[in-house]
Ligand binder design. Structure first.
Ligand SMILES: *[C@@H]1O[C@H](CO)[C@@H](O)[C@H](O)[C@H]1NC(C)=O
Ligand SMILES: *[C@@H]1O[C@H](CO)[C@@H](O)[C@H](O)[C@H]1NC(C)=O
Length: 239
């Protein structure tokens, strides 16, 4: 079921963005003339963030996530705590496309056709939408492939928030540059390797979608973003 779920997630996202005219917002943001649009700040190659996630608009709940982004080692980890639930869900993503979703009792392995987001993923093709006070911070706002709204603090250049067009909202509560997690914490447990029935391939869905829509790069970026943010984990956990 995960491939189908992923596809449905992507289709829902595309449907949602089709209803949103970002070009109008872009025009409003750029209308002043004069100053060139600012460029987004690349991420540090390693960081630890505490992310408050609001999924209530996309069929989920509230989550507190410990996010470890580790580009040099080709890995990204979301430790996801759902509201009022004890056992955290680990979502370990490797740049080779394999993701492990596990808690103390269960594990699911998913193979994606995409790797990790590079630190400068936003630089190429981002559209500047202007400046706004968000979560109480003065922010620059960009969008990319009409799928994400990205808010960066004007003064500190730290990310403050990102919203996906599928309704997922993430607020960055803490951003620790260079924050890393020891190797042992990345290792998927033995019960991830004992039952091959739990392995799913998300590649087929994306490929099918790609052929139908002819928008492969866009779908790849959307998949990478959902992977980065731990979004498929929510879908998988809900199965
Ligand atoms: C979650 O998002 C919904 C929809 O935008 C909003 O109404 C609600 O206040 C948010 N909840 C929290 C705790 O941020
Ligand atoms: C990707 O790397 C991880 C971690 O080293 C490994 O467990 C997994 O089997 C690899 N996946 C593939 C398809 O090689």
């Amino acid at each position: 079921m995960p491939p189908l779920r992923l596809l449905l997630t992507l289709l829902a996202a595309v449907a949602a963005l089709a209803a949103t005219p970002p070009s109008a917002a872009a025009a409003a943001g750029l209308g002043g003339g004069g100053d060139p649009a600012p460029t987004p700040t690349p991420w540090p190659e390693q960081f630890h963030a505490v992310v408050f996630t609001n999924l209530t608009d996309s069929g989920g709940r509230l989550q507190l996530i410990d996010l470890y982004y580790d580009w040099p080692r080709g890995r990204n980890l979301n430790i996801i705590r759902n509201q009022l639930s004890g056992d955290p869900l680990y979502d370990v993503e490797w740049t080779n496309g394999t993701s492990y979703y596990f808690d103390s009792a269960s594990c699911r392995t998913v193979r994606f056709p995409v790797g990790l987001l590079p630190p400068d993923w936003l630089a190429d093709g981002a559209v500047y939408l202007g400046r706004e006070k968000v979560d109480g911070f003065d922010c620059h706002i960009w969008t990319k492939v009409d799928f994400i709204l990205y808010y960066e603090d004007v003064v500190t250049h730290r990310p403050v928030r990102w919203n996906f067009y599928n309704g997922m909202q993430q607020h960055v509560m803490n951003f620790e540059v260079g924050g890393v997690l020891e190797d042992s914490q990345w290792q998927a447990p033995a019960h991830c390797f004992s039952n091959q029935d739990t392995t799913a391939n998300a590649g087929a869905s994306a490929t099918t979608f790609d052929r139908v829509e002819g928008e492969g790069d866009k779908v790849d970026l959307m998949s990478s973003l959902l992977r980065f943010a731990g979004a498929p984990a929510a879908a998988v956990a809900a199965v």
